[in-house]
Design a protein around this ligand. Structure first.
Ligand code: PEP
Ligand code: MN
Length: 341
């Protein structure tokens, strides 16, 4: 059920509808928009009778939602969601760039890469302290020590930190240190983790599962929003296919598909999407041209020594080039669109 308030509905009228939903034992999700407020309802098992709401003052209509998701969809919220992290907007008018090493390895490595990222004018710094690795014998991350190093990089270079939360056990710790909590591809359908980050006070970046469909991705985001956290950023990072020239197949067609169905911002990760550094810049260009709200890339000052994902890490000069090209491509498209009105 989706309740659409009249454009002129007062705050008191919205409040009254929220109270009635709560009194019925359900959870209301008010979404103020540019022209009207819509209210999603979750927590109901069966259908709710629209007549309950249609006679209330300030209500324009009560609509049964036929799609499997309620809160992530455009029906509820027509305006694009903008997630604010520090003074960066993800889903706003400029493409957001998130960059940093795959993993926090040492203090010196992290500071050196943070300095490179910051010197290119990029404000969002990534790095895993808890790493999901295919092999149990591979480097698993520095844990809390890694989070402390990230916090120091934030203070020293004025960055915001994007870092992965691997499980519910360490979620409190990650929430304390991170500015954005990343849920990785392998955890996209870890429903208890999705519920946990849905209760967090920090934005969540949700990466597409290794073979997830669009609906599965949106329903995973729905788990987070249903708990009350509306600051969700989606991330395309490639899916497993038969192609063997690439680590994954980066599916840029999901960008307009998401934008058609959902108000949530979507960024693209061409590093995990390709696995090879020579493919990262071309696909970052393509992602921006396809309308992505930003990109996330891995950068390393000594990729040959990296403890994870060295082959896909951009060298500092390549990263500088990528930042310039992302902005240039975005500008060309924005100007062409403005000319056409
Ligand atoms: C990552 O971004 O560090 C990562 C592990 O990516 P993914 O979950 O997409 O494999
Ligand atoms: Mn990685």
């Amino acid at each position: 059920m989706l309740i659409v308030m009249k454009p002129e509905a007062s705050d008191a009228q919205v409040e009254e509808v929220l109270k009635i939903i709560r009194d019925l034992g359900f959870k209301p999700h008010p979404m103020p928009g540019a022209t009207r407020t819509a209210i999603g309802i979750t927590g109901n098992q069966g259908a709710i009778d629209p007549a309950h709401f249609e006679m209330l003052s300030g209500v324009a209509e009560a609509i049964r939602v036929s799609k499997p998701y309620k809160l992530v969809g455009r029906d509820l919220k027509q305006d694009d969601t903008v997630v604010r992290v520090g003074d960066v907007e993800i889903g706003g008018s400029e493409p957001a760039i998130i960059a940093g090493p795959c993993a926090v390895e040492t203090y010196d490595q992290t500071m050196a890469i943070a300095e490179i990222v910051a010197s290119c004018g990029v404000k969002l710094f990534r790095g895993g302290a808890f790493k999901p690795r295919t092999s149990p014998y591979a480097f698993q991350g520095l844990g809390e020590e890694g989070l402390k190093i990230l916090a120091e990089a934030r203070d020293r270079f004025g960055l915001s930190i994007v870092t992965e939360v691997l499980d519910t056990e360490t979620a409190d710790l990650v929430e304390e240190y991170a500015d954005v909590m990343q849920v990785g591809a392998r955890n996209m359908q870890n429903f208890s983790l999705l519920r946990r980050v849905g209760q967090a006070r920090k934005p969540v970046m949700l990466k597409r599962g290794m073979s997830a469909t669009l609906d599965e991705l949106l329903l995973a985001a729905e788990y987070i929003m249903a708990e009350g956290n509306y600051n969700v950023i989606l991330c395309e990072r490639g899916v497993r296919t038969f192609a063997d020239h690439t680590r994954n197949t980066l599916d840029l067609s999901i960008v307009p598909a998401v934008q058609n169905r959902s108000h949530l911002p979507i960024i693209v990760d061409p590093s995990h999407g390709t696995g090879k550094r020579h493919k990262v810049i071309p696909l970052a260009r393509a992602a921006v041209a396809a309308g992505a709200d930003g990109i996330m890339v891995e950068v390393h000052n000594h990729p040959e020594q990296a403890l994870s994902d060295g082959p896909q890490a951009l060298l500092p000069d390549m990263f500088k080039q990528l930042v310039a090209e992302v902005h240039a491509i975005h500008k060309v498209i924005a100007e062409a669109e403005a000319r056409l009105g």
